[in-house]
Each structure stands twice: as C-alpha cells, then as structure tokens.
Write a protein that binds this ligand. Structure first.
Ligand code: NAP
Length: 249
C-alpha cells in the first residue's frame, strides 16, 4: 500500500505520515512548500497531477484547506487516483467540485475520521428522536489554529439533530438580553491551546440533563481512520463514499 499525502507539513499531514510509517504503509509526501521535511523529500503540490501519474499511489490522503482540496481532487480525477479527504469548511460549490471528481475516481469525504464520533452521531440521533421538547446545546472546542467554525464535525452533528428532532434554527453564542426560544439549538465554539477536538451535545428537560461527549486525545485517531479509508477505497469504482461504509465493512 502506498499513499500520497498532501499538506505534508500540516498537523494532520504529519500525523498521517507518522501513522502510515507505524503500519508499514509507504507514503509520498506532497507539499506546497516542496522542501525537505524531517528526512524525506516532498513532491511539489503545484505539479500534483504529474506526480500522481508517474508514481501511481493507491490513494491520496488529503487534510489541507478547501480550495487546495478542490484542486487536488481535480488532479486525482485526471490521474485516476482515489481521494480520501478530511478537510473541513467546504462551501456548497466546493462540495459540488469534489462530487464532479467522484465521476472519475472514488472520493471519500469525512469531516471526522474517528470511530467514536461515528458512534456519537448515532447516539445524538437517538437522543434527539427520544427526547422531544428538550433544549439542545452543542459546544465544540479545538486548537487555536483551526480556521473554520463551527467544526465540520459540529456541522454534521447539527444536521443529525435537525433531521431527527423538531428544531427551529441555530443560535450561535448569546450576548446581552437574549432569552432561549423553544426549539432553537445553541451552538458554542471555543478555540484554545492544542485541543485536538471535543464535541458535547447537551439535552435538558423534564428535570434532567443528558450530555454526550467525545474527546479526541491525539490526531492519531483521525490519521488511522483516514488510512483505513484509503485502504478501503483503493481499487474501488468511481463514486462518492462515506466513512460509515468503511466502518461497516
Ligand atoms: N476529518 C477529520 O477527521 C479531521 C481531523 C483533523 C483536522 N481536519 C481538517 O483537516 C484540515 C487540516 O487540518 P490541520 O490541523 O492539519 O491544518 P494545518 O496544520 O494548518 O495544515 C494544513 C496544511 O495544508 C496545506 N495547505 C495547502 N493549501 C493550503 C491553503 N490554501 N491554506 C492552508 N493550508 C494549505 C499546508 O501544507 P503544505 O504547505 O505542506 O502543502 C498546510 O500545512 C482542516 O480543514 C481541519 O479542519 C479534519
């Protein structure tokens, strides 16, 4: 198994390269920086399509930024290389561009590659369905370098609550005189230190409070999930795939 890794100098790029080394997966680091990184050469991202064509990796694992991921998806489509991307913060147009790439190659997108968050999503659905009328508040915390807010995982969990429960809209933070309204979902975002990722859903009503919390303790959990996804997606037909399909396999 050999995977190309874009964003090789990034936090997640480094975690993926480290996790791949531990499981004996060969990596082909790719970076805008195109410099020597901790003992191995990175290929230049500006030349990605040619790099993918000449090196033929089994998949590209991408944790970068939305604009870059869209470019890298086009390069994968051109070179016939499956794409696994965990980048978050895509606009609708950017998701459409990723979907266009999935006409040519397998594309697996997940805003969170942890198994625990997948279970959290199921538990949140059950709680939202089973506790009608309860107040719901989501709080997420990430490191101070994170760009998008709320996190892609928070967006996914909010969509789950909205599908499963009877909600009226999201309220992002509160300030001044702003009483809670029935059906609203409170959304609270914290950015501090090097927190890997925490998501808490609180359900309150009927003189009781239920909280569901997930805490990632290392980026290794996301890197391992993305590499599992790369192994699963390699050799599949072109199409749009979900991390749930990897977990169900
Ligand atoms: N799905 C998940 O499970 C999961 C988990 C953690 C993080 N994430 C997401 O993964 C993405 C990367 O997170 P991170 O913490 O690794 O970020 P980071 O440390 O800032 O690294 C991002 C890397 O992407 C590359 N890049 C290419 N084009 C870029 C651009 N236009 N702007 C910024 N960077 C660009 C850069 O590497 P080069 O210069 O080497 O190309 C950069 O170092 C974020 O969207 C984050 O939310 C997802």
């Amino acid at each position: 198994m050999r995977v190309a890794v874009t964003g090789a100098t990034g936090r997640m790029g480094q975690a993926v390269i480290g996790a791949a080394r531990e499981r004996g997966t060969e990596t082909l680091p790719v970076s805008r920086a195109s410099e020597r990184i901790e003992g191995f050469d990175a290929s230049p991202a500006s030349n990605l399509a040619a790099v993918l064509t000449s090196e033929s990796p089994d998949a590209l694992v991408d944790f970068t930024a939305p604009g870059a991921s869209v470019e890298y998806a086009a390069a994968c489509a051109e070179a016939g290389v499956p794409l696994v991307t965990g980048t978050t913060g895509f606009s609708e147009e950017q998701v459409e561009a990723l979907r266009r790439a999935s006409d040519e190659v397998p594309v697996l997108y997940a805003p969170n590659f942890s198994r625990g968050v997948s279970v959290l999503d199921s538990l949140v659905r059950e709680a939202a369905e089973s506790l009608p009328g309860y107040d719901i508040e989501l709080t997420e915390t990430h490191h101070n370098g994170k760009r998008d807010a709320p996190s892609g995982t928070a967006e996914r969990l909010l969509e789950t609550v909205e599908e499963a429960g009877e909600t009226t809209g999201r309220t992002h933070g509160r300030e001044g005189i702003q009483p809670r309204e029935d059906g609203e979902i409170g959304v609270h975002v914290r950015r501090a230190g090097d927190v890997r990722g925490e998501h808490e859903l609180l359900f309150a009503g009927n003189d009781e409070v239920l909280t569901l919390t997930h805490r990632a303790e290392s980026r290794g959990v996301f890197a391992a999930g993305a590499l599992d996804a790369a192994e699963w997606v390699a050799g599949r037909d072109a199409g749009w795939y979900d991390f749930g399909e990897v977990l169900a396999a």
